[in-house]
Design a protein around this ligand. Structure first.
Ligand code: CA
Length: 231
């Protein structure tokens, strides 16, 4: 079992994030190697040839984008999932013209990252055998004209795909899972983006405003003194 487990390399200089990802990925039966710098990441990549690389952008020394370039120069098919913290980092990652599955923005939920890693493993033909079919099946939520496809991580409005950021998608997904319930901003923060999230609860308002702008047909109600409710 141990021999056939897929290998994931985590290149992240923030030990709290690295440890959290390590914990969640191991729990899925994956073999995990941790590197805290770009140089170490390249070393471990050469040594272990992981199927998926979780790559922080802001690293001491060689940054994540350069690590990706060097890895891809040798193996163009390797799956790289970027972990981006700031808008300017995300801009640089998006400049690489990657798919939506190829980056997550911090703060993120470790469960979400694990789900994405599984998508990459499936693509690589090395789906985690421990994964149950129900965990990998596409879950669709229909909200009038709006369809939220969890498996494809895609939202359509009247059949047209609506571009959402990873954070907006996670927010919408959490609201879908708790449809009809009034959720506080804190519940939304923890539920949508993970309990390791720290910061201003008003971030929720900003993302909700974005969702309303992008999906005007959504019945996303403000619950005064509490937070929000998706009907
Ligand atoms: Ca970093």
């Amino acid at each position: 079992m141990e021999q056939s487990a897929a290998v994931v390399l985590v290149v992240e200089d923030d030990p709290s994030i690295a440890d959290l990802l390590d914990l969640y990925l191991r729990r899925e039966g994956l073999r995990v190697h941790l590197a805290d710098s770009g140089e170490r990441g390249l070393e471990l990549w050469r040594l272990h040839r992981p199927t998926v690389v979780l790559l922080d952008v802001g690293l001491p020394g060689i940054d994540g984008l350069e690590v990706c370039r060097r890895i891809r120069a040798t193996d163009p098919r390797v799956s790289v999932l970027f972990l981006t913290a700031r808008d300017e980092e995300l801009d640089r990652v998006l400049g690489l013209e990657l798919g939506a599955d190829d980056y997550v923005t911090k703060p993120f939920s470790p469960r979400e990252v694990v789900a994405r890693v599984k998508v990459h493993l499936r693509r690589a033909g090395l789906a985690d055998r421990a994964a149950t079919p129900s965990a990998t099946a596409a879950i669709r939520t229909v909200l009038g004209d709006v369809v939220v496809d969890e498996g494809r991580r895609e939202v359509t409005d009247r059949g047209a795909v609506v571009a959402l950021t990873a954070q907006e998608f996670d927010l919408l997904l959490h609201l879908c899972r708790n449809r009809g319930l009034a959720l506080s901003r804190r519940q939304i923060l923890d539920g949508a983006w993970g309990t390791d999230w720290v910061g201003d609860e008003r971030t929720v308002d900003v993302h909700v405003a974005q969702l309303r702008r992008k999906l005007p047909d959504l019945t996303l109600a403000t619950v005064r003194g509490v937070g929000y409710r998706l009907d």
